[in-house]
Design a protein around this ligand. Sequence first.
Ligand code: SAH
Length: 340
Amino acid sequence: MKNLKEYNLEELKQELISLGEKPYRAEQIFNWLYKEKIKNIDDMTNLSLSLREKLKQTYTMCNFEILQKQESSDGTIKYLFDVLDGNAIETVLMQYHHGKTICVSSQIGCKMGCKFCASTGIAFVRNLTAGEIIEQILAVEQDIGEAISNIVFMGIGEPFDNYENVMKAVRIINHPKGLEIGARHISISTSGIVPKIYDFANEELQCTLSISLHATNNEKRSQMMPVNNLYKIEDLITACKDYIAKTNKRISFEYALAKDNNDNLEDAKALVQLLKGMLCHVNLIPINKIENGKFIKSNNENIIKFRDYLNEHGIVATIRRELGSDIDAACGQLRRKNLK
Ligand code: SAH
């Protein structure tokens, strides 16, 4: 069976044509999927009964089942979804004053091996499909009965290691006839897959690009993030500069502060040197300690000092509010789960 949510509008039109149907039927189906947000082909009531039956022979809706739902005292909700092949992934809903944000996963597991991240250490299984990325949003919206305003690709997985599917999902999420979430409300975070940063600069998408930087020299960054052995900081920064020049968009650099590792004044100075003159913003994340992890959170005083130093030296920096840490839903705490 094929998943109806795997197709963009053009592809869905081709599917309908190959079934001997008029292409406008695809627009109707798209409307049911992304505007009416129905769960069953049977509910597509402006399609004839015979067409609905015909569709059901080849297509499914691949609705995720909620296996577990945990709610934090701050309103954050962590979902464990059954992705229908014996695996489960986590998706997080965060509630801010300005709206609801979903942190989506892009892969089942992750290959990047960042030393501070809970997604490390459990084997990588596979990429999520575009339909499975979109379904995380639909399933949460269905559960809370409200629309989502922002999407961040900061759940399990490396979005740029699943580039094609992520780009396809983003375009359906953004499409006026799709979920119609503005590209400016979509952020994609990468650990620094340099060639894909060049590709992304050419996508003509208005999404925010976030770069997980976390350190200012190769020695320290390689200790935290093995991807740095492949793509060095100099090459990463060159790619970021190219992206900014091509798109005129601000990059958001993520920097997780770990006590006595990357959180002292020398590190702040080096960060200013590295990012000086770039159109960017620094997002400081108090690192969340993971089980058996060697990195521990900087103290608040240090975090504030670090932020103030950056701000005083021309780099706009903010401290990310921690949400959902009491239910293991904060940055870096998500894991893939296997049901088998
Ligand atoms: N693979 C992508 C997106 C997933 S992680 C990436 O690396 O960017 C989303 C963000 O959370 C990244 O900036 C990541 O470095 C950060 N992160 C991971 N583990 C963390 C932890 N334990 N504490 C704080 N931030 C963490």
